[in-house]
Write a protein that binds this ligand. Structure first.
Ligand SMILES: CC(C)(COP(=O)(O)OP(=O)(O)OC[C@H]1O[C@@H](n2cnc3c(N)ncnc32)[C@H](O)[C@@H]1OP(=O)(O)O)[C@@H](O)C(=O)NCCC(=O)NCCS
Length: 162
């Protein structure tokens, strides 16, 4: 993922936000804010290589951020994954998670974590398939459009890093 994908990445993010089951966020950040919060080596896009004249069409993205600056958590990241509604159901999300798992394991990162609304069954199924386990549910942890929402914590502990 580079700045040239920025507009498409944020447009896909906005579509996911507007569906109301992906995140507590209600607005899309600027590209500068988005990029500054992410680890570039662990932020990937899936592109339709037969894209239009302006360049590759972005089908989806995955991006990871560090969770802590404490040494013990140096190998722990938190991620987000978003696929364009028109590109869902054909393996793009799985491919993005595979790319994230490969890049993080190659960098010695041992745990990928995230929080998912329990109503987001597509995300829970996608992550279960990619080897994430459910840690538990945080009850009414935050308000989303004025409604208290639960969040399921999920994580994947790499089997190859010991
Ligand atoms: C969740 C999301 C990323 C899945 O992306 P995707 O490209 O459609 O997923 P894939 O096609 O790779 O599906 C992989 C597996 O996930 C599961 N899955 C995907 N969509 C599903 C759905 N709507 N219902 C149930 N399971 C689903 C299936 O097990 C699927 O494997 P299968 O097709 O072999 O059965 C996509 O729905 C999305 O962008 N949602 C909005 C943003 C969001 O919620 N992001 C996650 C925030 S935590």
């Amino acid at each position: 993922m580079t700045a040239r994908h920025g507009a498409q990445v944020l447009a896909i993010y906005r579509l996911g936000i507007d569906e109301g089951q992906a995140t507590f966020e209600t607005t899309v950040p600027t590209w500068e804010h988005f990029e500054a919060a992410k680890l570039p080596a662990h932020s990937h896009v899936a592109v339709d290589a037969g894209g239009d004249r302006d360049g590759d069409r972005v089908l989806g993205w995955v991006a990871a951020a560090a969770v802590s600056d404490r040494c013990a958590y140096a190998g722990v990241v938190e991620h987000s994954v978003y696929v364009h509604p028109a590109a869902r159901g054909r393996g793009v999300g799985s491919a993005l998670l595979a790319a994230l798992i490969a890049s993080t394991e190659a960098a010695g990162i041992w745990t990928i974590q995230s929080g998912v609304f329990p109503e987001n069954t597509a995300s829970l199924a996608l992550h279960a398939r990619a080897g994430f386990r459910m840690i538990g549910t945080r009850e009414r942890i935050g308000r989303h459009h004025g409604v208290w929402r639960d969040v399921v914590l999920i994580e994947r502990r790499s089997p190859v890093i010991s």
